[in-house]
Design a protein around this ligand. Sequence first.
Ligand code: M6R
Length: 599
Amino acid sequence: MCGITGYIGDNESASVLSAGLKNLEYRGYDSAGIALIGDDVTVHKQEGTIDGLTIPSNADATHGIGHTRWSTHGEPTDANAHPHTDCSGDVAVVHNGILANYHELKEELNGHIFESETDTEVIPHLIEEAIADGADLRAAVMRALDRLEGSFAIAATHADYEGIVAARQDSPLVIGHGDEGMYLGSDVTAFVEYTRQVSFLEDGDVAHLYDDDIEIFNDGERVTREVQTVDWDASAAGKAGHDHYMHKEIHEQPTALRQAISGRVDDLAGNASLNIDLDDGFLQTIDEIHIAACGTSYHAGLYAKELIEPLVDISVRVDLASEYEVYDGHNTQDTLVVAVTQSGETADTLSAIRRAKASGMTTFAVTNTVGSTITREVDDSLFIKAGPEIGVAATKTFVSQVTALALFATYLGRLRGTISADEGADILEDIRQLPSAVQAILDEEAQIRRLAAQYSDSKAFFFIGRGLAQPVALESALKLKEISYAHAEGFAAGELKHGPLALVTENTPVLAFLNQSAAPEETRNNVKEVESRGAPVIGLATDGADESFCKHTIDIPELGRLEPLVANVALQLFAYHVANEMGRPIDKPRNLAKSVTVG
Ligand code: M6R
C-alpha cells in the first residue's frame, strides 16, 4: 500500500523519480523519500507528502529509487520514511508490503545499527551481510529474499554495483522500457509520461534493471516477461485543470462509460458480447454466484446482485472479501466466484479468491487493471476500461463496475434463456443511455454545489434507498464520510424506523432515493417519517415525478434499473462539494490510501 519507483538511464534521476512519486502518491502519502546513486548513495526523505520533500538536483546520479509511504510498522516520521540503508549507508532499499518475520530477523541482526521502527529496515542489513560474504548486489538481494516471509515488493541499490534489483511477492511491480532508460513502478502511472512499453513482474521474480536492458530471474532460472503497450497516455495521470483528481474523475464518467460499453453491445441478438473465456456450458449450469469485494467495489457487488437475481434467476451471495468463507459441504462445482476490484491488488479480495480456488471453485474478476495480480490468479477477467483512477475515493470505477456487471447479467440471462432478445435489447438500451444520463447530472453541478454549501456543517448525513438504490445509499455514505470526515450512514429505507430514526433531527439531512423501480410509495412514506421529525430531505427523484413533499429535489433521468446508478453521480458531486467546503484534502483523505495491499 505504498508506492515504489525506480529509474536508471540518461535523464536526471531526481526529476524522473520525483515525477513518478507524485503520480504514485495516491498509494500512500504520509512520508516520501528518494535515494540517488552516483559515486555514493544520498538519501532524501521526510514525513509528509512529496511536495514537502526537497531533492537537490544531482547530475552525478546514474540511477535511483523512490518511495511514498502509507505507514504500517512505525508512525509517519522522517526516520521511518523510506529508503532505508544498511550500516555503511551503501545499500538503499524501498519496500511495499509487510514482513511477517521481521522481529526474528532483527534479533538475528544483532550488532547492526537500526534507525527506524519499520519492518523494512531488516532488508538492507540482510543485503549488507550477504555482500560482506562476497555476494554481488543481485545475489545478495536473492539471499535476503530467501529469509523474508510475507508480502512485498522491493527495490534495492548499492553504491558499488550497477543497476537496480527489484523483486515482487504478492505486491505489484511494473517495468517500463523507455528509449532513455528503464523504469520501475508500483504501477504504470509512475512512468507513463516516459514510456508505455511495460512488462509486469510475477510473484517470485527478481529483476535486475540496467540502463538499456533487464534480466529477470524466477526460482534461479532466467525468465522473460512479455513487453506490452498500455493504452494510457500521460494526461490520464494528470488533473487536466481540475482542482482535484476526484473532480476530474467524476467528470470523466461519460467517457469511462462509453469505453466500458463500446463493442460490447450486440443489438441484433439483444445480447452483450463480452469476449470472455469462461465456458458457456459451465455458465449455463451454475446454480449460485458468490461476489467478494471491499468498500466501493462491495457496493458494486450488491448492485450486481439486485440486477442478476431477477434477470438470471440465480442466487447471488455478496460478501465483504475479508469475511468470505467457503463452508464444508458447499457445492463448489456449480458456483462461480466473482471478485470485484478496481485495483486488482486488494489483499482481502485476493485472499478471498485464493480461498475459493482452494475449494475448487471457478473464479472470475471484474477489474480495471490489466496485468494486476488478480488477473493472473482467476480463471478469467472482465475489464471495466475506466482508465486510471488516482483519487482515493472511487467514482468512475464504481459506475463502470456496475455497468460491466449489468452487461454480464444480460449475457448470463440470454445464455440461460431467462430473458428474451427483446428484454436483453431493453436492458442494453438503458446501458447505452447511461453516458448521456450521467452527463445530464454533471450539468446540474451548480445546484448540487449550492445544496452542499447549505448543509456542509450538518451534524450527520443519512442516505436511504430501496432495492437497487440501497447499495447506492451505502456507497454515497461511504463517499461522503471518507473525504469529508462527516458522520454519514446509508440505510435501507425501510430500516430507519427500526433504530436509526432515533438519530434523525433537524440537523441531519436525509438524502433519499425515490427511484420508481422499487416500491416508491413505501420510500415516500419513509421520507415523510423523517420530515415529520424535522430533517431536511433532499430527494433524488425521477425527472418529472412530483416529489414536492421533499425540501429539495435533484432530478434524475428515468433509466429503469440503472437510475440509482445515475443518482449516485449526483451524490458523488454532493460529497465532493461538502468536503471542499470543509477544506478537506479530498484526494488524500487521512489514514487512507487508494490501494489496500495489506490484509
Ligand atoms: O481496488 P479495490 O476496488 O479492490 O478497492 C476496494 C476498496 O478499498 C475501495 O473501493 C475503497 O473502498 C474506495 N477507495 C472507497 O472510495
